[in-house]
Design a protein around this ligand. Structure first.
Ligand code: 4NP
Length: 156
């Protein structure tokens, strides 16, 4: 019988900045450890402002700088996600509040702050959307890198 896969869904407000970066970074580490067959990985939004859009150009630039592939189209989280994914990670406390509000009664997913896995703290992965430059995106990337490595080490 095929081994049951683990699954992680990364969630932020718009699904064009933080969560596609987190999805790409986690996918990268899973691949690096030859675990791709064992994981289902995706990202989603708590709001549907940007449905169907590619990630923000600054997020694309950041991932190119770090040579990490990213390919995602924004989508809102749906009720089935709360049953289909083992882990649903929010980036900040508003995401967690929205996820808890959107979770149906039969939700089985563990809803957690991704930043809680950061060995260096801080626990909040701040929204860089309204920043002028690239620094906020670099910070998001660095946080996602530390958190995704720590999470993967913990569960595998
Ligand atoms: P994200 O960033 O939640 O990290 O994707 C945002 C993207 C868009 C908006 C807010 C945050 N917005 O208000 O359109």
């Amino acid at each position: 019988m095929a081994e049951k896969k683990s699954s992680a869904l990364f969630v932020c407000l718009g699904n064009i900045c933080r969560s596609p970066i987190a999805e790409a970074v986690f996918t990268h580490y899973v691949k690096e450890q030859n675990l791709s067959e064992k994981w289902i990985i995706d990202s989603a939004a708590t709001a549907d402002y940007h449905t169907g859009k590619s990630p923000d150009r600054r997020a694309i630039k950041c991932m190119k700088r770090h040579d990490i592939p990213m390919s995602h189209k924004a989508r809102p989280i749906i009720a089935e996600d709360f049953k289909n994914f083992d882990y649903i990670f929010g980036m900040d406390e508003n995401n967690i509040r929205d996820l808890k509000r959107l979770a149906p009664k039969n939700s089985t997913a563990k809803i957690e702050l991704l930043g809680d896995y950061d060995p260096e703290g801080p626990c909040i992965i701040r929204d860089p959307y309204y920043d002028d430059g690239d620094e906020g995106f670099e910070e998001v990337y660095q946080q996602c890198k530390r958190c995704c490595q720590a999470f993967l080490n913990k569960v595998s």
